[in-house]
Design a protein around this ligand. Sequence first.
Ligand SMILES: [Fe+2]
Length: 358
Amino acid sequence: MIAPDPEVPKLIYSPMKYSGSLDHLSYIDVTPIIGREYTHAKISDILSASNSSTQLRDLAVIISERGVVFFREDQRDLSVEELKRFTDEVGRLSGRPSENGLHVHPLFRDPGNVRMGNGEVDENIYVINSEAAKKLYKTMPGRTTSQPKDLPREWHSDATFEECPSDFSCLLMEETPPAGGDTLWCSGYEIYDRISPPMREFLDGLTATCAQPVFKSAATAGNYEIMSPRGSPLNVGDKFAPSHPVVRTNRQTGWKSIFAGVGLHVTRINGLYDYEEKMIRDYIMRLITVNHDCIARMHWTKGAAAIWNNSCVWHAATPDTHLVPGAVRTGIRASSIGEKPYLDPASTSRREALGITN
Ligand SMILES: [Fe+2]
């Protein structure tokens, strides 16, 4: 027996290993770097399989390694409860803190809260609706039509405004325009790998404040209470201003990813002067725009679904539905709440872990 090398640092979470239970499903990898599309798989079949837990656990590994998984087949046979169970189980079986569950949207009590297609509301379901979002977030600063669209602002990771953000989000698209309405996902693993070692070391030491005051302003304007707790005993109250690491370790793979450096919910890189923190955020955004091979793009079809790991990808919707006369874009999303983000000093980049040199 070989004794473990005491010099090799151990990861806080042991990386998960794929066991092969999904090998019967046909797929294509969207790009060499990010994304996998299952061409015919049904989520309902995975949920009802005799080895369902094994398949869901394996799916968590694949999502965490590939960043995002698309289910192209129509998934509208899935009930709301099944969508919730699917998302919850992927998070639970991949080792999130046992006290956590599905996210509860802070503005669930808003009278303008959009109903699902079946006419109901559910505190664990966020309804994506191209029209309703304009009303719900009308108190958000900068929401004017007099300026050109600020599309880089769309990049985000779900629920980064919480102490414990989302690990997995699953979106089932019910109605989608014939053209446009696409969603993009960008690999935070690969963006980290495109950065020089001295710059990585600098970014490894940074944290960012992710303040989202729109929830409090919307609740005050609407005279209702913000939902609390929200999927974790740590996600309580109305402050919505956690500090997160700019570089994060993905707990399922043990790989490093750029996390809180860019996008909608990041308001401040901590400890830097104003011009420095703007420079860092612009730099990370530039990495996304100049490395478009790190991006997978989904053109939605009715009933298609996507599930992604928020700790290693950002995503951005494309707000062009209004350009197609009469078109609407509606979907339902459930999000599992993961651990408080951390940077494990024993973790490495994806390319380092896999020995990829090209
Ligand atoms: Fe999102």
